[in-house]
Design a protein around this ligand. Structure first.
Ligand SMILES: Cc1ncc(COP(=O)(O)O)c(C=O)c1O
Length: 436
């Protein structure tokens, strides 16, 4: 039992560690060097820690607040929903219908859509329905992609060199037969996928069209198209996991940018600007296999699915994305960050590849090319993490963890990017000086 009511930053961290295993509520939140971090407030492009330090936030909670933290329109919609109807657990509400209509309107692959709370639930159900539809066992995923915590996919994300090319489960306690049923392929290597499709009974290929869980490795021209052709030829379900790319890279997701239409799509994160709602949608023929239609074979349930408040958050987010030049703004600032950071590294003679798309940017410290996860094994991890720790001294927050991407929101300004460029040059230089 906790014996203190100390509300200071260090007091809260101690109290957290006493009653919350590891002191945080997600394994991704315990970052070396940040064990004492207690967040007191968020607003727009920044957050404030419990000691009163303000940081410009490029971590952005791994991506949701595309409009910026505490967006007034989204938060007002949530409050209004809370005053009108809360969770009923039977039937449907108007806001769920309006949200589903919006999703189907914008995302090319969506003929029908179901709501979940988290991205992991969405990818779980994508794979379940793929197996139900095909009667097949195997799944193909790619080294470097993350699709959530469940046994079929929780493997081979940021793997050490000696695990690349082998199974690299993220956890103990996963069923070996489930791990065995997942085949891990190299991103941008369609020949390897074709071989796997020939050798195994593959129900689904699941992919982040841009693997943002390792920063930003872009699909090479023709790669996603070839996956589409292969999936069709082999009768395998193609799943685009757009939990990060959906809404952040455009109202139609990255599939609209790439012009490649998967069979199923998962969405989450930026869809509701930070409120917990995700979605799985796709071809009606597949979506109609879920048990939301009585007698259909793929069981689907969730107490909080389609919660009116989070559905209202998603609807308000999407309406703002339709109404205001959000993508224009974040794409312009993202492009500034990428090109000007690259020019700065070139000028000061630090080998770097600044990658990204739209609002996302990441500085890898390596020589090109960056085509697949294996290339990222050359990243200078000490510099990658070290300059980000230095940046915190200047009130700028990029997550100090290897390969993690950074995000620009609608609340960031040109002044923020000016400050980012100046502070990054100084942070990289200071960190390199510690190695001299
Ligand atoms: C691409 C992708 N898919 C799925 C997930 C899982 O989503 P959640 O954490 O909401 O379960 C994540 C989470 O980071 C993700 O990045």
């Amino acid at each position: 039992m906790s014996t203190t009511t100390d509300g200071t930053a260090s007091g809260l961290a101690v109290r957290a560690a006493a009653v919350i295993p590891g002191g945080v509520n997600s394994g991704q939140r315990q970052v070396p060097g940040l064990e004492q971090l207690v967040v007191a407030a968020t607003s727009g492009a920044s957050f404030t820690d419990a000691s009163g330090h303000v940081f410009t936030d490029y971590h952005a909670a791994f991506g949701p607040p595309l409009l910026g933290h505490n967006d007034a329109d989204v938060d007002a919609a949530v409050a209004a929903a809370g005053r009108s109807v809360d969770l009923m657990g039977v039937g449907v509400t108007a806001v769920e219908v309006e949200l589903a209509e919006k999703l189907v309107q914008h995302v090319p692959s969506l003929e029908k859509v179901l709501l979940t709370s988290t991205g992991s639930e969405a990818t779980f159900h994508a794979l379940r329905v793929s197996r139900a539809a095909t009667g097949r066992r195997h799944i193909i995923k790619f080294q470097g992609c993350y699709h959530g915590w469940h046994d079929s996919v929780a493997m081979n994300v940021i793997s050490p060199a000696d695990k690349v090319g082998h199974k690299d489960p993220l956890s103990q306690g996963m069923l070996p037969e489930v791990v065995d049923a997942t085949i891990v392929c190299r991103f941008n290597d369609a020949d390897q996928v074709e071989q796997a499709l020939r050798d195994h009974d593959v129900a689904a290929i699941i992919i982040e069209p841009i693997p943002h869980n390792i920063g930003a490795v872009l699909p090479q021209p023709g790669f996603l198209e070839r996956l589409r052709e292969l999936a069709t030829a082999y009768g395998t379900v193609l799943v685009f996991d757009e939990v990060i790319t959906g809404f952040r890279h455009g109202l139609g997701g990255y599939q609209a940018v790439a012009g490649v239409t998967p069979d199923l799509t998962t969405l989450g994160k930026a869809m509701a600007n930070g409120w917990p709602v995700s979605a799985l949608g796709g071809r009606a023929e597949l979506m109609d296999l879920f048990s939301t239609t009585p007698g259909r074979p793929a069981f689907f349930a969730g107490t909080f699915n389609g919660h009116p408040a989070t559905s209202a958050a998603a609807l308000a987010t999407i309406e703002k994305l339709e109404r205001e030049p959000v993508h224009e703004h974040v794409f312009r600032l993202g492009e500034r960050a990428r090109t000007e950071l690259q020019a700065m590294y070139d000028r000061i003679g630090v080998p770097a590849v600044v990658a990204g798309f739209g609002s996302v940017f990441v500085s890898y410290f390596l020589e090109p090319p960056v085509v697949s996860y294996d290339d990222l094994l050359r990243n200078d991890v000490d510099l990658f993490v070290g300059y980000r720790r230095e940046l915190m001294q200047d009130g700028i927050f990029e997550l100090p963890l290897n390969l993690k991407r950074s995000h620009v929101s609608y609340a960031h300004t040109d002044d923020d990017i000016d400050r980012l460029l100046e502070a990054t040059e100084s942070a990289v230089t200071r960190h390199l000086a510690t190695r001299a």
